[in-house]
Design a protein around this ligand. Structure first.
Ligand code: ADP
Length: 175
């Protein structure tokens, strides 16, 4: 069972001491609101400088920088799609953003990685469908890559927290 290597947490992803945290970035990589803003604020200017050198990232792709002042060693900047009703390839693009992030995890030999709920904030992707995609990709990757020890889903809003706990069979008492 892969789910024993998947954890669900609530709170702020910038506080986690893991090999990499994933950022829900945008195409410019120059920072924005939501988790992106929080990561750049907590990580300091080195992350932005590294992003500027990279120059940008396509939707559905991911790039990696060091973590600057963060407790995490690396930041994987993944660009999920903006929700435009569902007929613009949004599901495939979100799947791709997770898959490309995991490509970097494998390439850099990272063992513990934490994801935010990519695209479900400002980008408006429906939360349940986004969680199903994130979990399915993660289970597939974990089943073929024994080097990854733990994948954490960090849920900042209570609705995502409930959805992830439910889908992963980790309900809290009283739910
Ligand atoms: P997007 O543009 O991809 O939708 P957002 O940053 O707006 O990105 O939202 C992605 C998710 O990150 C949302 O579920 C939001 O609640 C969450 N989020 C915002 N701040 C943080 C944080 N500090 N740690 C973890 N998750 C966060």
């Amino acid at each position: 069972m892969m789910n024993d290597r998947i954890g669900v947490l609530s709170g702020d992803i910038t506080r986690l001491e893991v090999d990499a945290i994933v950022n829900a970035a945008n195409n410019s990589l120059l920072g924005g609101g939501g988790v992106d803003g929080a990561i750049h604020r907590a990580g300091g200017p080195a992350i932005l400088e590294a992003c500027q050198r990279i120059g940008g990232c396509k939707t559905g792709d991911a790039v990696i920088t060091l973590g600057g002042d963060l407790p995490a060693k690396w930041v994987i900047h993944a660009v999920g799609p903006r929700w435009e009703g569902g007929s613009q390839g949004e599901a495939d693009l979100l799947r791709s953003a997770y898959l490309r992030s995991f490509d970097l995890v494998a390439q850099y030999g990272l063992r513990r990685v934490a994801f935010p709920n990519i695209s479900t904030g400002i980008y408006g992707f429906p939360k349940l469908e986004a969680a199903q995609i994130a979990i399915e990709v993660t289970q597939t990757v974990l089943s073929t890559d024994p080097a990854i020890e733990e994948v954490l889903f960090v849920c900042f809003d209570p609705e995502n927290l409930m959805i992830y706990r439910e889908l992963l069979g980790q309900p809290q008492a009283g739910e």
